[in-house]
Design a protein around this ligand. Sequence first.
Ligand code: HEM
Length: 438
Amino acid sequence: MASIGVSEALTAIFGLFIFGYLLIKKTSKIHLLDWPVLGMFPGAIVQLHRVYDWSAVLLENSNLTFPFKGPWYVGMDTLVTVDPANIHHITSSNFSNYIKGPEFQEYFEYFGDGIINTDSDLWKDLRKSSQIMFNHQGFQKLSMSTATSQLKDKLFPFFDHFAEAGKIVDLQDVFQRFMLDTIFILVTGSDPGSLSIEMPKNEIVKSLDDIGEAIFYRHITPRVIWKLQKWMGMRKEKKMIEAGATFDGVCAKYISAKREEIRSQGIAHDDHSSGEDILTSYIELDTTKYKLLKTEDDKFLRDVILTLTSAGKEATAAALTWFFWLLSENPNVVTKILQEINMHLPKCERGQERLPVDNVEYLNKLVYLHGALNEAMRLYPPLPFQRKTPIKPDVLPSGHKVEANSRIFIFVHALGRMRSVWGEDAMEYKPEPREMDF
Ligand code: HEM
């Protein structure tokens, strides 16, 4: 029998891939080919450049739930769902069976013991303590005064400057900086000053970007490969290690300054009258009520700062960026928003400032603006997916079985585009209320 040479074997493999690729293209409305050994990975990787739009088509054509098969033995098998009944089951009616899980914690390890990376009793302590802090009058006061001063003293003058100079500015970068400064004041009490007309390089912005990017790549790279890259200090993993070190250095300075400030001022427990940042609240926390929170440990405080800064800044800056992009594409929506604002805001003489208003009462009247923001987040959700792991095997309302410790992705980005959920006009930006089937 004639033996097959290396070049023939390579040609055959290459041919098989081309054939598979063409087959996937031709039938992409319904199928993703499941290869021996490689699973659906090759088909997914060729769509990586448009993974969001492509996944939406795939899910719409798969009755809202798709079992993705990764290469054998690398742990990438994932049940991807946008079925509202499944989502309700996982996040609400059977919530106690669905956790982030050890694999999630490995992927997000840089967040340490931050709330977005923890489960069970530690998560409960973090959740309860942060809810009390966020709802506290002192923090609410700080939130309102910080947002107002960041808008009036920084963002508006910044826009005026660029408008008068007729210069173009990258709005995404501006909102990232604006939100970083705002959130960082709420979390640490200090302004990193990243938003100014010079657009200075900022080590916090850069390190958060690098950490976020490396975590994204971990999700689309076989685990063994990113682990190896981490061990060898290569590529995105190298950037993440460097970014983590930079962020730790920045946090160490803020934490020791805050401890010193509290020591010198001797702030008492529960004296939040002047408006208190989260770092101060955690340093002063009565830990007899939260036994798992190690507030005397700087590493714990660093995890709190990283988690809240990252969660708060990224989500809000992304929401603002997409919202203003959608407004630029939909001038009719801008007209309606302005009409609503003018209808409810007290009138003023030309050149004078408008009369002060009760912010909460006034905001509650802006229902169209509220709808416009929600609609922007439906089409462009700031957190495009959530992942969950069942503790025990379960059957989802869609009939899909899930094993203990398996991976489930709720693909929030695709969810907002499902015609079967939102109607035939799902892709249109329409702030008016929609008629829903559920
Ligand atoms: C437009 C703005 C925002 C959006 C759309 C948003 C969205 C979300 C979503 C979808 C989750 C759930 C993630 C999951 O369970 O996997 C989440 C969790 C979280 N967000 Fe936000 N967020 C926003 C702003 C903020 C801000 C300003 C902060 C804080 C400063 C924040 C802090 C958190 C925290 C700490 C969690 C974890 C909660 C927990 O695990 O119990 N977020 N956010």
